[in-house]
Design a protein around this ligand. Structure first.
Ligand SMILES: [Zn+2]
Length: 465
């Protein structure tokens, strides 16, 4: 079999691998490159002919794993997309949000073109539209349970293994018999942090000949989640006592629901003031909360028990979900005791910008950073102590308290990644992907010290296995 690495090579986005075996071409993930104009430009070039691809095996619904599927369909992909059961619904939400942003950018370019006539043609066409997403969804043909084994034909077997991370997230194990020899390859997908509130801890994929493995946090150790929750409660209590508001920039899927889970629990057990007002100010996160609630069988045992007792893990009386723009704007009038969860997760766009504008300059307020923050993002600037911050062109002095809590990460840290890798035995080769080079090198050292053979592929590198 042949493995080609087409994305997430020495970077964290654009996950895409091609496995060719027994005359079948299977892509594992087809994610979006994200992070800036240079990254986004890479999305237009598919390094294969989509018409030739038989399957896309999708590990989970995050944009950097599913984001280019509608584009591939637009370019002629006619095969099947195979995932776990929750993934099509969550992918639909995420791909539609992405289409919306492409359509908006194209509209803005069209407007600029009208007044300046200097816009490139390529900028006037969205990478894909909501119609392309609808078309893509018609290719999501099979959705499976964890550990359900299916035969893709031509002596290729697929199994999804629970990866923790987000609802329905999986590692994909493909077992191929070629010339009478059986070989297995595991694509880790994104491996979850342990002891998360909604999804189970990651499961071991079992022994494999080859492993393609994410290393997002290959070089760091997270704060334990119990400690992160304590810090979250402490910051909220202090801020409310100081007559301020708390802003939490958050990703719409999973992270928002996890924070809601902990806020509900804190209010119920008296660790948070009973009179705080929690706002989920993100139409996408509101939709994500509803979709996740459709898949209670995919939650961990603690959350299933809560539901069995009649408790909604995410919804509580102090919570207001503000879908309309008017309801969102009305939050600006609240000066004390509001805990505002809003996107975007890295603070660069969306409604959180307005809340930062109204609260960042107030020393009595706090901003809690719980999400991954790429270089140059608003959250990263706040973490690095940059002041003033420019929001919609206006300088804002940062006087609010900035608190960074790594314990809420959806990704395993070095220890979690190492535990997961031990479960694969000692593979012939481990390919490290989906990480920055320093993180990859640091994790490679750990594996090499255990006698493992490690490769760190570059984009378009290919291997005969
Ligand atoms: Zn992910």
């Amino acid at each position: 079999m042949k493995l080609s690495v087409y994305g997430a090579a020495r970077e964290v986005t654009g996950s895409c691998y091609l496995l060719e075996a027994n005359k079948k071409k299977t892509l594992i993930d087809l994610g979006m490159f994200q992070g800036g104009i240079k990254e986004e430009l890479k999305n237009k070039d598919l390094p294969f002919d989509p018409k030739d691809i038989d399957y896309i095996v999708l590990t989970h619904a995050h944009l950097d794993h599913c984001g280019r599927i509608p584009y591939a369909v637009k370019k002629g992909f006619r095969g099947e997309v195979i995932s776990t059961k929750p993934t099509p619904r969550i992918s639909e939400l995420i791909m539609n949000d992405s289409a919306k942003s492409f359509e908006r950018k194209a509209e803005e370019a069209a407007y600029l073109n009208k007044i300046k006539k200097s816009i490139k043609n390529s900028d006037l066409t969205p990478l894909y539209t909501k119609q392309d997403v609808a078309q893509a969804l018609s290719h999501f043909s099979q959705s499976l349970n964890y550990n359900e084994v299916i035969d893709l034909g031509n002596d290729i077997i697929l199994e999804f293994i629970n990866a923790g991370h987000i609802v329905g997230a999986a590692s994909a194990k493909l077992t191929v018999v070629e010339n009478g020899v059986e070989k297995s390859i595991v694509f880790s997908g994104d491996i979850g942090n342990k002891n998360k509130p909604i999804v189970p801890n990651p499961s071991s994929p079992g022994r494999a000949n080859y492993v393609v493995k994410e290393t997002t946090y290959g070089g760091s150790i997270h704060m334990p989640i119990e400690l992160a929750v304590k810090e979250l409660y402490k910051t909220i209590n202090e801020t409310v006592n100081n007559n301020g508001n708390v802003i939490i920039p958050t990703f719409a899927v999973e992270r928002a629901q996890e924070i809601l889970y902990f806020l509900r629990e804190g209010i119920e057990n008296g660790e948070l003031p009973g009179d705080i007002k929690v706002f989920l100010d993100s139409p996408m996160a509101i939709d994500a909360t509803k979709i996740m609630s459709e898949f209670p069988d995919w939650f961990n045992d603690d959350t299933k028990q809560l539901i069995a007792k009649g408790v909604d893990p995410f919804i509580f009386s102090n919570l207001e979900m503000t879908k309309s723009v008017a309801a969102s704007i009305a939050i600006n009038d609240i000066k004390r005791g509001a805990v505002i969860l809003a996107g975007s997760g890295m603070g660069d766009g969306g409604r959180v910008q307005h809340h930062l504008k109204h609260n960042l300059w107030r020393p009595e307020c706090s901003v809690i950073l719980i999400s991954f923050a790429s270089e140059g993002s608003m959250s990263r600037k706040l973490m690095d102590g940059v002041s003033p911050i420019y929001i919609q062109g206006h300088p804002i002095d940062v006087r609010a308290k900035i608190v960074k809590l790594s314990g809420f990460s959806a990704h395993a840290d070095t220890n979690g990644l190492n535990t997961w890798h031990r479960g694969t035995g000692k593979p012939d080769t481990t390919f490290l992907t989906h990480g920055s080079e320093p993180n990859m090198n640091s994790f490679a050292e750990i594996l090499r010290a255990r006698g493992c053979h490690v490769e760190i592929p570059k984009t378009n590198d290919a291997y005969i296995l």
